[in-house]
Design a protein around this ligand. Sequence first.
Ligand SMILES: [Zn+2]
Ligand SMILES: [Zn+2]
Length: 283
Amino acid sequence: MNLGIEKVSVHGGHSGQYCHHAKNTLQEVVQAYIAAGYSWVGITEHMPPLNDSVRYPDEADSGISADQLQNQFQHYFAEVRALQRQYADHIQLYAAFETETYHGSASYVRELIEACRPDYIVGSVHHVGGIGIDVDREQFEEAKHKSGSMEHLYCQYFDLQLAMLQDLKPSVVGHFDLIRKFDDDYLDTLELPSVWSHVERNLGYIAEQGLILDFNLRGFDKAVEQYPAVPVLKLALQLGVAVVPGDDSHGVNSVGRNYQRGIEVLKSLGHNCQWQRPMLFDW
Ligand SMILES: [Zn+2]
Ligand SMILES: [Zn+2]
């Protein structure tokens, strides 16, 4: 336990039961959060794909169809609600999900919100030009090639993000600068005037709308530091954006990992480590 600092996650709880690239059952993941001393956690599984063509590669490889994944998602929601009640004395769970952003996704997200009545959603972008930007280097290069340049790729990503935020107003903005995952020179790319002005614009919108920025601890595993990168984080804090840890756990082993590292980064930037809670839908 961190001395005096509450353990929370606005973005977590992917599980092998409902996500092909995660591990363990959702109940095991919830139990791990309780054992680790978390006071509240948003369980934010990925939304199902709209159709077969936008399945994640691991889903396509396993042969599971979009239809099956959509059915599975209904079970996911029923189970989170059941776990929420079952463990209410030990932890506060929020039943939520993480969006995708691609052609046709926004109306599908709205349908899912109506059908599942989540507590909140995490607005994320994992595709640019229909290509996954966080899957592997090969797909990232393909997306960059399609965009024309690294600079354009970042700008397109942030344009998609802003449109999604304006359209869906998610309570939480997932891994703000995920686009940098496979860019080894991301600090230089972020500094390009066109890219930085997109960052400033999106953070300005997030501040104005009072959305929470996911301080995504998974970045330490995959991309040197958390999302968002320190220069982005500094500006977010200057603008008064609420920054809250999200461990983006994908199984018991990643519950709460990197928490201490993350807290140290936030403290060094003057964050008081008091966590704002997500705005909830009023059902
Ligand atoms: Zn995932
Ligand atoms: Zn994500």
